[in-house]
Design a protein around this ligand. Structure first.
Ligand code: DX5
Ligand code: ZN
Length: 219
């Protein structure tokens, strides 16, 4: 069974709590909270106080995707706001020491799960040696920065290669896929090895949102 993490995008921030409540009541497994700082990516959205408000009003696990230039400045704020998973971008780091330090901060604060995200053009081999440090790898299938872009089929082979490394090393690392995921390509992505599918527009625009969630659970 695959899991679904509906994205906070493209819902408007003022409606976010109601949207998260709706996703929760329809049976979504996680809520994917896209944090953009206007530097790492051009757009700016979400902040720790809004995440905290969502957390106070819901019980669903919060899967926080940090698209920020300096994760160190943000990690603890989002953990204290209620994040269950913190996913940092490999590309946000200039050196491995800072990355290792942030992984440690996440893991040792409130037992938060650690995710690492890779942009479409970042090779998975950059994390091969440290794969066991992560609970989750978030494979981007669009350039991070906005919802509603087209899924890049070329990333499918990367999902397969990552799955192979996870199996070969006997790890429990989950694969989450983010960007342009919809009802038409979901099966292909799960077959390639994905455990969790992020959906922004595909669920937001669906007239029958329950059907989308049930379909992902059937994969
Ligand atoms: C892109 C974000 C995604 C996005 C998903 O930078 O990380 O989570 O909101 O939206 P869709 O599914 O519409 O591509
Ligand atoms: Zn995301």
């Amino acid at each position: 069974m695959a899991k679904i993490s509906p994205s906070s995008n493209p819902e408007k921030e003022e409606n976010l709590i109601d949207y998260v409540k709706q996703m929760q009541s329809l049976g979504a497994d996680f809520m994917h909270m896209d944090v953009m700082d206007g530097n790492f990516v051009q757009n700016k959205c979400l902040n720790a106080s809004l995440v905290n408000n969502v957390n106070k009003n819901t019980v669903i696990s919060l899967d926080v995707h940090l698209m920020v230039e300096n994760p160190k400045e943000h990690i603890l704020n989002y953990i204290y706001a209620g994040a269950n998973i913190i996913t940092i971008h490999y590309e946000s780091y200039k050196n491995i020491t800072d990355l290792l330090e942030d992984i440690n901060t996440i893991r040792t604060t409130n037992h938060t799960l650690v995710g690492i995200s890779l942009k479409p053009n970042t090779d998975i081999n950059v994390i091969s040696k440290i794969l066991k440090l992560f609970d989750l790898v978030l494979i981007m299938t669009v350039e991070p920065g906005k919802s509603g872009q087209k899924f890049m089929d070329s990333v499918i082979s990367k999902i397969k290669a990552l799955k192979q490394q996870i199996v070969e090393n006997n790890l429990n690392t989950l694969i989450e896929v983010d960007g342009g995921v919809n009802m038409d390509n979901a099966k292909q992505i799960v077959d390639a090895g994905a455990d969790i599918l992020v959906m922004g527009n595909a669920i937001y625009n669906a007239t029958n949102k329950k059907e989308v969630i049930d379909y992902v659970h059937s994969l």
